[in-house]
Design a protein. Structure first.
Length: 297
């Protein structure tokens, strides 16, 4: 058993760690509120924009979607992996790594064997992880330092240019979708080529029955909306990941604080038992010494 001095040192260390995790939980909770507000405002906008594009492109096919809707044989793939800049968020980042590995194994095993799978890492953790394992495209470790549409737009434009120029035949995004504080869901979404529009489930009015007055032409409107929609899709994924990160960190720090409390109880119990044993030994030594003195007289 460790001596009392070592146990006191461990108690002080665990107590300091508990204070740190408690403070990190409060910081994550404050950041989560802002991040949650941002994603809740973005979701209706992104859904409405996709709905408009679906209505406009209904029946138009690649003629309307243009260069971003061209379906080619998938030889080269770009995966956009979105993680955080920092750790201490439970399995938040490792789930993205597993999600990328899973999508490669299930969909792009042949391309990976040929060395034709590239990764665009958004977030320092993804950059560090995939930088040691394969070809990285771009450097977007700064995105979360000042998160805004402009900082994400550069990444979207690079991915769009790569697809348009034939450097990549397919572009997918892997990220954590925010559900609630305790739950984040790994999502894999195809960014390019643009998927054909699908009828919304339970929609009261079919997309083909929606009538628009086009000014200028329908093609010009769609041509300007599609790049914006692709950038919004990536920006929404980054906002989802940002909210998920703070939720995961808040949950992880809350659990770490509870575990520290349980460890403190155990250490204090061990310390009190050791202290009582030491006092008992001292009493026994005094009594034994007194009896020895009395016997020698």
């Amino acid at each position: 058993m460790a001596n009392l001095k070592e146990i006191r040192g461990r108690i002080q260390s665990v107590s300091s760690t508990q204070q740190i995790t408690k403070a990190m939980k409060m910081v994550a909770a404050a950041k989560l509120r802002r991040a949650q507000d941002n994603i809740m405002r973005m979701r209706p906008y992104a859904q409405r924009l996709n709905g408009i594009l679906s209505n406009l492109s209904q029946g138009g096919g690649a003629e309307v979607t243009g260069a971003y809707g061209v379906v080619r044989e998938v030889r080269r793939v770009l995966i956009i992996a979105i993680t955080s800049d920092r750790g201490l968020a439970g399995a938040f980042n490792s789930n993205v790594f597993k999600g990328v590995s899973q999508v490669v194994q299930e969909r792009y095993a042949a391309q990976a064997a040929a060395g034709n799978v590239s990764v665009m890492a958004i977030g320092r953790k993804a950059h560090d992880y995939f930088g040691r394992r394969g070809a990285l495209v771009g450097n977007y470790t700064h995105v979360f330092q000042q998160l805004s549409f402009d900082t994400v737009r550069a990444a979207a434009e690079e991915a769009m240019a790569g697809f348009r120029d034939g450097l990549f035949d397919e572009v997918v995004i892997v990220y954590n979708e925010f559900k609630n504080v305790a739950t984040q869901i790994i999502r894999t979404e195809q960014l390019l080529p643009i998927l054909p529009p699908a009828e919304p489930v339970g929609a009261a009015t079919p997309a083909s029955n929606v009538d628009y007055i086009f000014e200028p032409s329908k093609e010009e409107i769609v041509e300007s909306l599609i790049p914006t929609s692709l950038k919004i899709q990536l920006y929404k994924a980054v906002l989802e990941s940002n909210a998920s990160e703070h939720g995961a960190r808040m949950t992880a720090m809350d659990k770490a604080t509870e575990n520290a409390g349980e460890l403190l109880k155990s250490l204090k119990l061990t310390y009190n038992r050791g202290r009582q044993a030491a006092i008992t030994n001292e009493i026994l030594e005094i009594v034994g010494g007194a009896e020895a003195l009395a016997a020698s007289r």
